[in-house]
Design a protein around this ligand. Structure first.
Ligand code: PLP
Length: 411
C-alpha cells in the first residue's frame, strides 16, 4: 500500500483568499449594481517597465535565429544577470556579495519554500506572527511541526509582531535554529532598523542559528536610514540567506524572476558536528531540481539595472507609494491607528473590531475589499491589510467611500 506524506493532512486549508472570494461573490449576487474596489490584493497592477519589454522582445528574437538561439542555460542563472545584481543591489551599498553567491530562480515563493530542505528534521523553526504563510506551510509539509491547535502549529516558535514591539519581533526566549524574517513586512508593512537587525545577527551567531531574510519588498524602502539588505549588517554573511524578487520591484509577478543570496561563508553543521557550506548544498539542490529561468526573462530582469530601467522602476514604485500615502492620510483623518505604507505597499490597520466583521462591514457599506488580518495569524486579529497596488483613481475613490461609511465601521 502506498502511503502519503501524512504531514500534508496537518495543513489547514488556506481559507483566507477562498473565503474572501466567496464573500465577494455572495455580495455581488445580491448587489450586481455595486462596483467593488479591491484594496486587498498583493499583486501589482501596472505593466512592465518599457526597458524590460524592449530587452524581452530582443531576447525572444534572438531565440528565433540560429546564430543567437540558446538552449539550456546555467542552472544558477546567467552571469550577465548575476553580475548586474551583485553590483547594483549589494556592492553599491557596501555589502560584500559577489555574482557567484547569487542564484536566479522563478520566484521568492519557491525559494523561501524550498530552502528548508537543507536543514535537519529536528531544526527548531521561528516564524513571525502575522506571517507570509509559505514559511509555515512548507515546514508543516516537511514534518517539523505538531498538529494545529488554537490557531497555531505545535512545535513552531511564533514571534509576535504587535503594536507593543512596533511589529518587529523580539528575540525569543527559547533557542531557534532557523529564523524567518521579512522586511519590509508582508502583511504589516513594518520595517526594521540596522540596530534591530543587528540584534538578530548577534543572536544567530550566539546560537549557531541561521536567518532567512525575505526582502521581496526592498524596492519600496525610501528612508535611507533603513538597511536595504541584511548584508549591510556586519557578520551577516555567516548567518543569513536573503531572498529577493523582481515581482514587486519591476512588476514581474506574471513574468517570474527572483533570486536568493547564499554567501560562501554561510554555515550549518552536519550530524557529526562538522561545519558545512550552505552555498554548496543550495547549489546542489538548485542544479538537481531546477533548470533555470528562461533566457528572455533573465534579459528582461537585467534591463531593470539599466539607467532607463532604474528610472522606470522607481517611477512605478513611487506611484504605489503615493497611493500608500493617500491611504495613510485618509486613515489618519478617520482616526485609525496604522503602520506601514511609507516604505512598503502594505498598510496594516487596527480596525478596532474582529477583522472578518470589519471586512464584511467595509464590503457592505463602502464596496471596498480589504484582507482580514486574522488570515495571517493569531496576532493579525483586530487588523486588516490594505494594499497600495491599485490605480490612484481607485485608491482615491476607495478612501472617499471609507470616509462616507466611517460611522458604520466604528465598533
Ligand atoms: N515573499 C513575500 C513576503 C511575498 O509577499 C511574496 C509575494 O507576495 C513573495 C515572497 C513571493 O514572491 P514571488 O512572486 O517572487 O514568488
Amino acid at each position: 500500500m502506498l502511503h502519503i506524506n501524512d504531514n500534508y493532512l496537518k495543513l489547514q486549508a488556506s481559507y483566507l483568499f477562498a473565503d474572501i472570494a466567496h464573500r465577494i461573490s455572495v455580495f455581488q449576487q445580491k448587489h450586481p449594481e455595486r462596483e467593488l474596489i479591491r484594496m486587498g490584493i498583493g499583486d501589482v497592477t501596472n505593466p512592465l517597465p518599457q526597458a524590460c519589454i524592449t530587452a524581452f522582445h530582443k531576447a525572444v528574437d534572438e531565440m528565433g535565429a540560429a546564430a543567437t538561439f540558446r538552449g539550456y542555460g546555467p542552472e544558477q542563472g546567467y552571469e550577465f544577470l548575476r553580475q548586474a545584481i551583485a553590483e547594483h543591489d549589494f556592492q553599491s551599498r557596501g555589502a560584500d556579495i559577489d555574482a557567484g553567491e547569487i542564484f536566479i530562480s522563478d520566484g521568492a515563493k519557491c525559494d523561501t519554500g524550498n530552502i528548508q530542505e537543507l536543514f535537519a528534521q529536528g531544526a527548531r523553526i521561528a516564524v513571525p506572527d502575522p506571517v507570509y504563510p509559505v514559511y509555515v506551510d512548507t515546514n508543516v509539509m516537511a514534518g517539523r511541526t505538531g498538529v494545529w491547535a488554537q490557531g497555531r502549529y505545535q512545535g513552531l516558535i511564533y514571534l509576535d509582531c504587535t503594536a507593543a514591539n512596533g511589529y518587529v519581533p523580539e528575540l525569543p526566549a527559547e533557542k531557534a535554529d532557523l529564523i524567518y524574517l521579512c522586511f519590509p513586512n508582508n502583511p504589516t508593512g513594518a520595517t526594521v532598523s540596522r540596530e534591530q537587525l543587528g540584534l538578530w545577527v548577534d543572536y544567530a551567531h550566539k546560537h549557531q542559528a541561521l536567518i532567512l531574510f525575505d526582502a521581496a519588498y526592498e524596492a519600496f524602502i525610501r528612508d535611507e536610514r533603513l538597511p536595504h539588505t541584511i548584508y549591510e549588517i556586519p557578520g551577516a554573511r555567516e548567518v543569513a540567506i536573503e531572498f529577493r524578487s523582481f515581482s514587486k520591484s519591476a512588476g514581474f509577478t506574471g513574468t517570474r524572476c527572483a533570486y536568493t543570496v547564499v554567501p560562501r561563508d554561510c554555515r550549518a553543521w552536519d550530524a557529526a558536528g562538522r561545519e558545512q557550506s550552505l552555498h554548496g548544498l543550495w547549489n546542489r539542490r538548485h542544479s538537481t531540481k531546477f533548470n533555470g529561468v528562461s533566457y528572455p526573462v533573465q534579459r528582461a530582469a537585467e534591463a531593470v539595472y539599466s539607467r532607463e530601467g532604474q528610472a522606470q522602476c522607481r517611477a512605478l514604485i513611487d506611484g504605489y507609494l503615493e497611493n500608500a500615502r493617500l491611504i495613510g492620510e485618509a486613515l489618519d483623518e478617520l482616526g485609525y491607528q496604522h503602520v506601514g505604507g511609507s516604505n512598503s505597499p502594505y498598510i496594516w490597520v487596527a480596525c478596532g473590531r474582529d477583522s472578518w466583521e470589519f471586512f464584511d462591514l467595509l464590503l457592505t457599506h463602502a464596496g471596498v475589499v480589504c484582507t482580514p488580518g486574522a488570515g495571517f495569524g493569531r496576532c493579525g486579529e483586530g487588523y486588516v491589510r490594505l494594499s497600495a497596488f491599485n490605480s490612484g483613481e481607485n485608491v482615491q475613490k476607495a478612501m472617499e467611500r471609507l470616509a462616507g461609511a466611517a460611522r458604520m465601521l466604528k465598533a
